[in-house]
Design a binder for this molecule. Structure first.
Ligand code: 0O3
Ligand code: SF4
Length: 326
């Protein structure tokens, strides 16, 4: 019997931008610098970012990832993950006297600050996000009450605020289109609802989704590099599928299945905000083994956002913050 030929990839199109955002870059650097400065172990509450490779790499360097502060010994150095923490966690860490470095993305902190400020003015909140996600727990956990989670349009009907001052906030990594539909439903039910001046969905989420919207119609299959726990990576895969292009998420090259490219020679490649470029390069190398002869970068928005590191973790790192929203 004749052997079946392996499916052939011809062309790889790389989405721009893709991969690390400024918040992820900063969060990983905080753990690395804490390890350099204070030595192992450094405790990290929750995965610093939702990526298997990043977490394993930091574990190998001496980071210990925990979910419960009860697992952190007295006197330890503790880093909060990029997704942010509820106030109760921050308070507990302070009471137990840990040396804390906060790797919460400044764009998540901005949402926390807004929630706290408006709550003092008497507002309640609708939060658009995914139940159980650490960022949602962190943002909702800025208040002890008066913040109602909606995951979809149907949930909006179930919100029953006690007063008449209502504001809306969102998770930073949502599907831009889903969030707009849910926000429209919130505004239809509560016409006076207060919206953020600038949407909470961040520049990186917006830019990566915009890039997939451009790329997906030009290819036969989309590969998203990202871990299953990564919300923003899942949204990229889902978006490509919604645009009619089969799409798969891979945590590493081992997940790539040649059958995906059967009769689909044009491959689009992108990566979630927490997926390191080394994995993208490994995927490209594997696609070359499968026959790819051309690897082209799409034109896209250049991102220049940089966030400074926390005080105590470095000076040469005080990089300027400039905005580059698309
Ligand atoms: O929030 P998400 O699951 O997408 O988190 P990741 O994959 O770690 O990516 C970084 C985004 C983040 C820290 C929250 O905005
Ligand atoms: Fe910050 Fe956006 Fe990156 Fe989240 S995805 S860490 S909010 S820049």
């Amino acid at each position: 019997m004749a052997a079946t030929a392996e499916p052939r990839v011809d062309d790889v199109l790389l989405a721009e931008p893709r991969g690390f955002c400024a918040g992820v870059d900063r969060a990983i650097e905080i753990v690395e610098r804490a390890l350099e400065r204070f030595g192992a172990p450094i405790y990290v509450r929750h995965e610093i970012v939702h990526n298997t490779y990043v977490v394993n790499d930091l574990k190998a360097k001496g980071a210990i990832f925990i979910e419960d502060l009860a697992d952190v010994p007295p006197g330890a150095t503790l880093v909060f993950s990029a997704h942010g923490v509820p106030r109760s966690v921050r308070d507990e860490a302070r009471h137990r006297g840990f040396q804390v470095f906060d790797a919460t993305c400044p764009l998540v902190t901005k949402v926390h600050v807004e929630v706290a400020k408006l709550a003092r003015e008497g507002y309640e909140f609708v939060m658009i996000g995914h139940k159980g996600h650490p960022e949602v727990e962190g943002t909702m956990g800025q208040l002890s009450e008066g913040i109602y989670l909606v995951e979809d349009v149907a949930d909006v009907a179930r919100v029953n605020p006690k007063g008449d001052k209502l504001a809306v906030v969102t998770q930073t990594t949502l599907s831009v289109d889903d969030a707009a539909a849910i926000l429209a439903a919130v505004k239809a039910r509560f016409p006076a609802v207060r919206e953020p001046k600038q949407q909470d969905i961040c520049y990186a989420t917006q830019n990566r989704q915009d890039a997939v919207k451009l790329m997906a119609p030009q290819v036969d299959v989309v590969i998203v590099v990202g871990s299953p726990t990564s919300s923003n990576s899942n949204r990229l895969r889902e978006l490509a599928e919604r645009l009619g292009t089969p799409a798969y998420m891979v945590d590493s090259t081992e997940d790539l299945q040649p059958a995906w490219f059967d009769g689909r020679p044009r491959v689009g490649l992108t990566a979630g905000a927490s997926a390191p470029d080394v994995l993208v390069q490994q995927v490209i190398a594997r696609l070359r083994e499968l026959g790819a002869v051309s690897v082209r970068r799409m034109a896209g928005v250049e991102e220049t956002v940089r966030f400074p590191l926390p005080v105590g973790l470095g000076d040469k790192s005080m990089r300027e913050f400039s905005s580059s929203r698309s």
